[in-house]
Design a protein around this ligand. Structure first.
Ligand SMILES: [Zn+2]
Length: 234
């Protein structure tokens, strides 16, 4: 496959049950985890496979949010998840869509913290289920030039986020980790598992066939990768 063919393909979607043992152990596809209230939620199974840092950087989920911003991991993340290929639940693109609306409402750029996007269930801070493990939560530490560290700033943008959609849930200002936020705006869409249209669900939960169990996402109307239009052809 030459470079051009790779460029022309959508993101690769994988069933995490088909990944190697180490990856399955850290991503825990399909496992049940409890949230802080004791409710059980099933972890996502379908992930985008990001082959390289370069692809993460140039893949846009929306005009203002790149895939890279959702996979910036800190040292508390499982070490395997610092290497490429890396994985992020497919629901991340719904999050990007809502963040794009939020950015529009805020009228300024929205900055996601390192480790403020996808956080695997093996991350050291992942004790209870949090939508970060579904790729449907973002911790925003700065909007335009506003650093979100005060009650006033956090409440202002929490309200704005809630006004964007009833689907958006925010953490109130306060100091109990997991229940409040005091140095960022946490917004999430809940425990959404996205099953990509390119994947067939007629499969058992364990690998049992030899045929490839991944698919390439079909191209959307808007190109997800930064356009590489030669000069003069725009
Ligand atoms: Zn958060």
């Amino acid at each position: 496959m030459n470079e051009e063919d790779v460029e022309d393909q959508g993101l690769k979607v994988v069933d995490a049950f088909d990944l190697d043992d180490e990856l399955r152990a850290v991503l825990k596809p399909g496992e049940m985890v409890r949230d802080a209230q004791g409710r059980r939620h099933r972890l996502p199974r379908y992930f985008y496979e990001i082959p390289s840092h370069e692809v993460a950087l140039k893949t846009r989920l929306t005009p203002h949010f790149g895939l890279n911003e959702f996979v910036l991991a800190d040292l508390k993340e499982a070490s395997r998840l610092h290497d490429y290929p890396r994985y992020v639940p497919c629901a991340v693109r719904l999050l990007a869509f809502y963040l794009e609306q939020f950015r529009h409402a805020a009228g300024a750029s929205v900055h996601i913290a390192v480790n403020g996007g996808y956080r695997s269930p093996s991350h050291k801070l992942s004790q209870n289920a949090t939508p970060h493990m579904w790729g449907t939560a973002a911790d925003v530490y700065r909007i335009g030039s506003n650093i979100l560290k005060t009650k006033e700033a956090i409440e202002k943008y929490n309200e704005l986020a809630e006004d964007v959609s009833d689907e958006i849930h925010v953490l109130p200002y306060g100091h109990v980790t997991g229940r409040h936020a005091d140095d960022h705006v946490h917004l999430d869409l809940g425990y959404i598992t996205l099953i990509p249209r390119e994947i067939s669900e007629d499969r058992m939960e364990q690998p049992q066939e030899n045929r490839p169990r991944f698919a390439f996402e079909e191209r959307r109307r808007v190109d997800r990768r930064a356009a590489t239009v030669p000069a003069g052809e725009e």
